[in-house]
Ligand binder design. Structure first.
Ligand code: NAD
Length: 636
């Protein structure tokens, strides 16, 4: 009732053989269960393809069996096991995938359909519901309204419509089984988590947590003489406050006693002020402070918020692996480092996830939950649910440098600094105030790590270009002068004191700019407000389109939520992606093409393929973009 063979040396091909439509009789279910068992236990097998004999995938349950008692393995646990398996399973759909056959395809991690195939859930026409997961998996795959329509009408759809709805990953004119085998080979290295449509993701309850890094110390090395004042808003402190105020007991960890003591006073002060404002009593009894990692042996979850330094973070996670219980979840608050590289140094990569808070963490609503390729669904669900308990607006994002928010910031800030280099419009741009607030040293450290600046780089060879593209060294020059923004009282602006918020233009920056421009023979010219807005905001949205193509964000709406809640994007504009749609995608494309032509050495201005595709499809509204994003490599 199913044939099992090994093809291309490593793909298990399971062919259903129950003519005429390969219905899921007890014998077929039994054969599928046995074949899957073989495929999953055989180390030679790296992927599985399920297809049907005689040009038909599967017509569904064997209705002749409905009358009698259930014989053979029940369908639901069998389907759940296929989905949960650790090897990618691809459905090769020819002819029909109906009812239980469609539900079988839904548990496969990928679906390839022949162009003549038809799919559907016709159960309703027999007076029953798709009871083998169809009512659960289909809405998760294509949204509630589209799924409801298919389930309640029992309508059969073509392969082309299935592709448009996001049900199948590819439609082919060729032999679907052969295409599926090739597809399966390519899918081997890809993470399966996001391909499991039902994602059984019960979050854990978190009762205790540890936060690492609560007191900003004086900056290291030559920066130390700046005598930096600890600024409110350092991440660990804010996170500790967020946890304690929702009743989670917190152990706050610092690297040395002196820092711990100052950190303790600050956290207690913040919690007391917060409780007073809310008219409740401060939950100080939930807090413990320590410099010993041994004290973390019993916590449910750790949130690491030490310096943005990969080597340090790796050391911390290695230590934590030795100290904490095997089930403890490890979260990192990194602003953009590779979450999977951190997971890789632990003894539990599936329990590692990014929890990217925004500064000040006890005030800002946004939380990016960064799903590493090895983060388990339980881990992601727990981070999402903990964020909810902390009152955050949570967005699940994929793992790439900068994730969503900070990755989009790069082209935006680049444009702002290029405009500063070229033009003469004063300091009217929000991005400089924002950078002063966040700390200019943060970006400087990232650029140094990525080899864009630092002692190993010759700034004049060639000047104003790095790694084959335009580079503006002015932000480095500002940092080299010890101007790190509000915290040092000087940055792009000058402030009344260290940690002050009252920004004034600084004549020294003006002099720095003039000297720089005359050194490189740059003639400043007037730049219109329109050009400033277009270059900054269209570059921002353009990166958003790339993020959607790359599968780092699931929806344009998620990107907008990130920018509204984490980056102060004006609410009435709806976020960068909605703003782009309001301006008109055609116009955005035309302007980006124009600016890219004028600045060919700035790749971020090159219109993304998705933007071009959307314009070619008549610029659909934001809600419809998802239908045009077909990515095999979702990172979520
Ligand atoms: P910070 O310099 O204010 O704080 C880091 C703290 O870590 C310091 O108090 C330091 O003493 C402590 N620390 C260093 N090594 C430690 C160890 N081994 N054990 C315990 N504590 C240790 O930095 P920050 O701005 O709070 O950033 C912390 C993390 O949060 C970074 O990864 C950063 O990228 C990220 N982040 C920062 C912001 C922001 O706006 N500042 C926003 C989001 C995320």
């Amino acid at each position: 009732m199913a044939r099992y063979e090994l093809v291309k040396r490593s793909v298990a091909l399971i062919t259903l053989t129950n003519p005429p439509v390969n219905a899921l009789s007890s014998a077929v279910r039994h054969a599928i269960a046995k074949s899957m068992e073989c495929a999953l236990s055989d180390p030679k097998v790296t992927a599985v393809v399920i297809c049907g004999e005689n040009g038909s995938f599967c017509g569904g349950a064997d209705i002749r069996e409905f009358a009698g008692p259930l014989k053979g393995p029940p369908l639901v646990p069998l389907l759940d096991a296929i989905e949960a398996g650790e090897k990618p399973v691809v459905a090769a759909i020819e002819g029909v995938a109906l009812g239980g056959g469609f539900e079988l395809a839904l548990v496969c991690h990928y679906r390839i359909a022949h162009s003549k195939a038809r799919l559907g859930l016709p159960e309703v026409t027999l007076g029953i519901l798709p009871a083998a997961g169809g009512t659960q998996r289909l809405p998760r795959l294509i949204g509630i309204s589209a799924a409801l329509e298919l389930i309640t009408t029992g309508r059969h759809i073509s392969a082309q419509e299935a592709l448009k709805l996001g049900i199948v990953d590819q439609v082919t004119e060729q032999n679907a089984c052969e295409v599926a085998v090739e597809f399966a080979l390519r899918a081997v290295a890809k993470p399966l988590l996001s391909r499991r449509v039902s994602m059984p993701c019960k979050p854990r309850e978190i009762r205790s947590a540890a936060v690492m890094g609560i007191k900003r110390e004086c900056l290291h090395g030559h920066e130390q003489d700046l005598g930096m004042v600890p600024s409110l808003g350092t991440m660990g402190r804010g996170i500790a406050v967020c946890l304690a105020r929702v009743g989670i007991s917190v152990i706050a960890v610092e690297s040395e006693n002196k820092l711990l003591e100052t950190g303790r006073q600050m956290v207690i002060g913040m919690l007391e002020r917060d409780a007073k404002r809310r008219g409740v009593s401060a939950s100080l009894n939930l807090l413990k402070f320590t410099i010993s990692l041994q004290d973390l042996k019993d916590v449910n979850l750790v949130i690491e918020a030490v310096f943005e330094d990969m080597a340090l973070k790796k050391r911390v996670f290695q230590e934590l692996s030795k100290v904490c219980r095997p089930a403890t979840l490890f979260c990192t608050n990194t602003s953009g480092l590779d979450v999977d590289a951190l997971a890789g140094v632990t003894d539990r990569p599936h329990l590692v996830v990014g929890m990217h808070f925004f500064s000040p963490a006890h005030v800002m609503k946004l939380l990016e939950v960064v799903c590493g390729p090895r983060s388990s669904s339980e881990t992601i669900a727990t981070a999402m649910s903990l964020g909810k308990r902390m009152g955050k607006v949570r967005v699940a994002v994929g793992n790439c440098p900068g994730f969503v928010g900070n990755r989009m910031l790069k082209p935006y800030i680049d444009q702002a600094t290029f405009l500063l280099e070229e033009g003469d419009f004063g300091f009217a741009m929000g991005v400089f105030r924002m950078s002063d607030l966040a700390g200019l040293d943060v970006g400087w450290r990232v650029w140094k790590e990525s080899g864009l600046t630092g002692s190993d780089v010759d700034p004049e060879n060639p000047p104003r270009r790095r790694q084959g593209r335009r580079y503006c060294p002015i932000p480095d020059m500002v940092c080299e002068k010890g101007r790190f923004g509000q915290k040092t009282g000087r940055g792009w602006y000058m402030y009344d004191k260290r940690g002050g918020t009252n920004a004034k233009p600084d004549p020294l920056i003006q002099i720095l700019l003039e000297t720089y421009r005359s050194k490189y023979g740059i003639q400043p010219h007037n730049i219109s407000n329109q050009e400033i807005i277009e270059r900054c905001l269209f570059a921002l949205a353009n990166e958003g389109f790339r993020i959607l193509e790359d599968g780092i964000a699931a929806r344009p709406e998620d990107i907008d939520v990130i920018y509204l809640f984490g980056y102060g994007f004006p609410r009435h504009r709806g976020g960068p992606m909605f703003y782009a749609s309001m301006v008109g995608l055609e116009r955005v494309l035309e302007r980006l093409e124009h600016y890219h032509q004028a600045h060919p050495d700035v790749p971020h201005l090159k219109p993304s393929p998705l933007l071009k595709k959307l314009v070619a499809c008549g610029s659909p509204p934001v809600q419809k973009w998802r239908e045009h994003i077909k990515t095999m490599h979702s990172h979520l």
